[in-house]
Design a protein around this ligand. Structure first.
Ligand SMILES: [Zn+2]
Length: 568
């Protein structure tokens, strides 16, 4: 047989966690044919001497729902070895959508996931109404594979209109929402995403629809997955309700499907909570439950200025300013009367889900704007406050106002305790991912979570074997989201491969790039050490360059796949 592709002389890590071995991987018709010492011939041969051949990574928590329509590669996940991305998370989606509601839907995506509205407006060409129509449009041209979750916010808005942000659904509306879930699952969606993150608002400052739904509605909608016998549930903001009364576990138990929720991390905002949380997850999973949190290998320093800042959005006065124009923001942050209101909210006791930790020692000046302030670079707000004899809040806002809101601040509240992060990443009861690809585009590009796991946590810190790390990025992630024909190198499975150098792989540097619609800018991270990304047997990226191929496809749930055996 003449193979389409033969990757030779590599070190094969098959994604199952078994020890690696030397050999070749043969591919034909988009699928893996065999592994081992293979002769050929082949239409194309890649020499992988000194490199690892692994299954492509599954980037399981992304918000490329809009971006995928103008960027079929879903940059930049594939530069870090991802061959599959999963979109439609946290209840946010761009289908179904009624004519006239398009702006409202992308407004939520813009507000919650920090994608500039003008970028979304310029980039979107709406040519669908239903979820199946959206799937069909996206599937026409794809670089990577895309798995889609249906978003509860889009579904609720579609079924209830303005009422979706105001009230409980009627029997008829609930039935309509259940029908939409059924329709999406029948067309192959991987599952349904919901949210309990109560600080997600739309552009008008109203909670997004899914956050307005009572718990009974979550049970009624996820029950459709039980009825159909397939699919997964994803939930944003699941930690507080899980710790409080096991809502995540109860939902998963009731519908009998796997549920992944955001997220477990070590945070100075709630010291020790990660440990309590992990103990709960271990306990419920030991009892046979399938509700597990996502986690990230990234240290989470977020960068922002006071034009795009989200750190204070739980505080009402701050939130109202954050929705105003830049001129109004500048005026408000400098206004003494307003300052006292802001101070009162910051000084109030922390809630269980507070996003702002009051840790002024961890909030630092990353890039001063004015020449005379360059010496402040790297200084924490606490240090500035001491030096200037002011309260930290005043030091912070005075600097921001002086520099007309152009100061870039960094805030590192999460995952700074390395031992805690190592335990979280190594637990079999967590799923690694959470890149937020396509979201928060001007803060930091986090799609390098995979290359950071391999470069930093495995190579530098040795917290797990390379085989184990690859399994976490591939088989574990694929299985968690109900993707059963990928995530392993085995004959008959899809030929999604990443070929990388274990000695050099790591995230690249964060840089600004102006490549979004309407000349919008975002942060970019191109990995180091990733030599090839292969999707369905075709080389998508070769040493960081797109080959021009578009081999990706829309992935489907297991039920759909068995009913349409020609698919996937
Ligand atoms: Zn999300």
């Amino acid at each position: 047989m003449i193979y389409d592709l033969l990757v030779k002389n590599g070190r094969i890590i098959d994604g199952s966690g078994i020890p690696s071995f030397s050999g070749d991987v043969a591919v034909s018709h988009g699928k893996i044919v065999e592994l081992g010492r293979l002769g050929g011939p082949a239409k194309r041969v890649i020499d992988a001497e000194g490199l690892i051949i692994a299954p492509g990574f599954v980037d399981n928590h992304c918000h490329y729902d809009a971006q995928v329509t103008w960027d079929p590669l879903c940059t930049f996940s594939c530069y870090h070895g991802a061959t599959t991305v999963i979109i439609g998370n946290c209840s946010l989606a761009v289908a179904p959508v009624r004519p006239g509601n398009q702006e409202k839907l992308i407004g939520m995506l813009s507000q919650v996931e920090a994608i500039p509205m003008d970028v979304l407006q310029a980039g979107m060409t709406w040519s669908w109404e239903t979820f199946p129509q959206y799937m069909e449009v996206v599937g026409r041209r794809l670089g990577v594979n895309v798995g889609m979750l249906m978003g509860h916010s889009a579904i609720r808005l579609y079924a209830m209109g303005d009422g979706s942000q105001e009230r409980v659904a009627t029997e008829t509306e609930l039935a309509a929402m259940r029908d939409l879930v059924r329709q999406g699952m029948e067309s192959g969606a991987l599952g349904l995403s919901i949210t309990r993150n109560m600080s997600h608002y739309d552009v008008t400052g109203k909670r997004i629809p899914a956050a307005c739904a009572p718990e009974t509605e979550l049970f009624a909608l996820t029950d459709m997955l039980r009825e159909m016998g397939t699919g997964v549930v994803q939930c944003g903001g699941g930690v507080v309700p899980e710790i409080k009364d096991r809502l995540m576990s109860r939902l998963s138990e009731a519908c009998g499907r796997r549920l992944m929720y955001n997220n477990i991390l070590e945070s100075v905002r709630a010291p020790g909570r990660w440990k309590q949380h992990l103990a709960i997850v271990e306990d419920t999973c030991t009892q046979g439950n399938r509700a597990v949190p996502l986690c990230t290998p990234n240290s989470s320093v977020s960068f922002f200025n006071m034009k795009n800042c989200q750190s204070f959005r739980q505080l009402p006065t701050w939130l109202s300013i954050m929705g105003a124009s830049d001129e109004e923001k500048l005026r408000a942050y400098g206004d003494p009367e307003m300052r006292e209101k802001l101070r009162a909210e910051v000084d109030a006791p922390l809630g269980p889900d507070s996003r702002f930790s009051k840790r002024w020692d961890l909030l630092f000046v990353d890039e001063p704007f004015l020449e005379k302030n360059q010496k402040l670079k790297g200084k924490s707000v606490e240090e500035l406050a001491q030096a200037w004899g002011k309260e930290p809040l005043d030091a912070f806002l005075d600097l921001a106002v002086e520099e007309e809101l152009n100061t870039v601040f960094g805030f590192g509240q999460n995952n700074s305790d390395r031992d805690a992060v190592a335990q979280i990443l190594s637990s079999p009861y967590t799923v690694i991912g959470l890149s937020d690809g396509g979201a928060h585009v001007q803060f930091r590009c986090l799609v390098g979570y995979s290359t950071r796991l391999l470069g930093y946590w495995v190579r530098e810190r040795g917290i797990m074997s390379l085989e184990q790390a690859v399994r976490r990025l591939t088989f574990d992630s694929a299985s968690a989201f109900g993707i059963y024909d990928r995530g392993l190198l085995q004959p008959g499975l899809a030929a999604d491969l990443v070929i990388f150098n274990p000695d050099t792989v790591k995230p690249g540097k964060q840089e600004v790039v102006h490549d979004l619609p309407n000349n919008g800018w975002r942060m970019r991270d191109l990995a180091e050490g990733i030599h090839y990304t292969v999707v369905n047997g075709q080389v998508l990226l070769e040493r960081g360059e797109h080959t021009g191929a578009h081999p990706g496809r829309v992935l489907h749930n297991a039920l759909y796949s068995s009913a349409h055996s020609d698919q996937d």
